[in-house]
Write a protein of this length. Structure first.
Length: 398
């Protein structure tokens, strides 16, 4: 995606420099890792009671009140998905997904990864009460993956990062659709209609050229609220509003509204919303838990092998089919060894996987604990697998 604002146009104050750094996905991934580790350590420390007290603290207005961990998953991640929605709009309008020819290989790669990951999960859990959680291993945490690529993959060819980014954009779209379709909680038609009407109003105002935050913010908040009340996961409102943003630049504009908003919100999303969600959600209390039983639990095995095995195999198979049957080539500068590396990086799933775990087992604390443990364990294994693949590939390049 092209840079929205030239570096020379950005103020050089310390705050501006910090914000610019947070626009780099790598910095966001590092903050995500720090937040997740902090949550795990805190939840198993002598101060574990304070952690549980914090995430369960109720906050709201009049009759609408949620614990802080739900505010993090439903509201803060809606901001994250709003930025994702704008990125998707860019890709659909002028980016890697703007034509079938350009989109076909990353689409088949991402779809293959998601399909194989879900299939492997169901091999371990078919017919059980947790089979409906097949959406946990289908997502790639792009911030996490890019952070690992930046730290351990300096010898990797430049096009590898671009291919991973494009694949992750398609993966985000697939994960969003899965959450919207399969992970709601009931359905309330009146609220859904109101949310849909607000999205239409938002889009029409964008086309009309209105630029006032005071106009858009109440519409966005109301849309989020009615989406939540409709039973559809509230993060879907963020994606829908992001896709409603205008990303084309008019003659009298220095940049489009979508560019401006994405530039302003990305540091907030990467530096605050996603890390806070990880802090509120990743704390797995292991006191009184038999770790061996959790490791051998079919849910853990399904998540572990779904991500670490299913994603890489699916990415490679999907890429092969995309090139084999459409006569498209791998991106210039990449080999099949690089596609394998991309597959191992795609196996690093955390943020959206954690969200799917929470909406799948919101009423079953014991199973949710197993799912979170599985994601923490899988993240370590996936990182080790990706780093190993990059080291082996780096030696062959040298």
């Amino acid at each position: 995606m092209a840079t929205v604002v030239k570096r020379d146009d950005i103020p050089t104050s310390r705050r501006a420099r910090i914000a610019e750094r947070l626009r780099d996905e790598t910095a966001g991934g590092i903050l995500l890792i720090i937040a997740a580790v902090t949550a795990i350590v805190w939840a198993n420390s002598p101060w574990a009671v304070s952690y549980q007290s914090l995430i369960s603290t109720q906050f709201g207005f009049t009759h609408f009140s949620l614990p802080l961990n739900l505010w993090a998953s439903d509201f803060l991640l809606a901001v994250f998905f709003f930025v994702v929605g704008i990125e998707l709009k860019h890709e659909f309008v002028a980016g890697s997904l703007s034509s079938v020819r350009r989109a076909i290989v990353p689409f088949t790669a991402a779809f293959g990864g998601m399909l194989f990951a879900a299939a492997v999960f169901l091999i371990f859990n078919h017919g059980t009460d947790v089979a409906t959680a097949w959406g946990i291993p289908i997502s790639t945490d792009i911030a996490f993956a890019l952070a690992i690529l930046a730290i351990a993959g300096k010898a990797m060819p430049g096009p590898l990062r671009a291919f991973l980014l494009t694949l992750a954009v398609v993966n985000d779209l697939g994960a969003i659709l899965v959450i919207a379709i399969f992970y709601g909680h009931g359905f309330e038609m009146k609220s859904f209609i109101l949310a849909a009407m607000l999205i239409v109003v938002f889009a029409l105002l964008q086309r009309s050229g209105f630029r006032s935050v005071a106009l858009y913010l109440p519409i966005a908040l109301a849309c989020w609220y009615f989406t939540y009340e409709s039973g559809i996961h509230a993060t879907v409102a963020g994606v829908a509003l992001g896709l409603s943003m205008r990303v084309t630049q008019r003659d009298d504009e220095n940049h489009s509204p979508g560019d401006h908003v994405e530039h302003a919100l990305r540091p907030i999303s990467a530096g605050l919303c996603v890390p806070l969600f990880a802090l509120m959600s990743a704390g797995v209390a292991l006191e009184g838990v038999h770790v061996t039983d959790m490791i051998t639990n079919p849910l853990t095995l399904g998540v572990l092998f779904g991500l670490v095995l299913g994603q890489p195999v699916g990415v490679v198979v999907g890429t092969f089919l995309g090139t084999r049957f459409t006569e498209r080539q791998l991106p210039h500068g990449l080999t099949w060894a690089d596609v394998i590396v991309v597959g191992t990086l795609a196996s690093i799933g955390f943020t959206v996987a954690l969200l799917v775990s929470e909406v799948s087992f919101a009423e079953d604390h014991a199973t949710l604990t197993v799912a979170k443990f599985a994601l923490v364990l899988t993240s370590f294994v996936a990182i080790g697998s990706a780093v190993t693949a990059m080291k082996i590939r780096g030696r062959s390049l040298r």
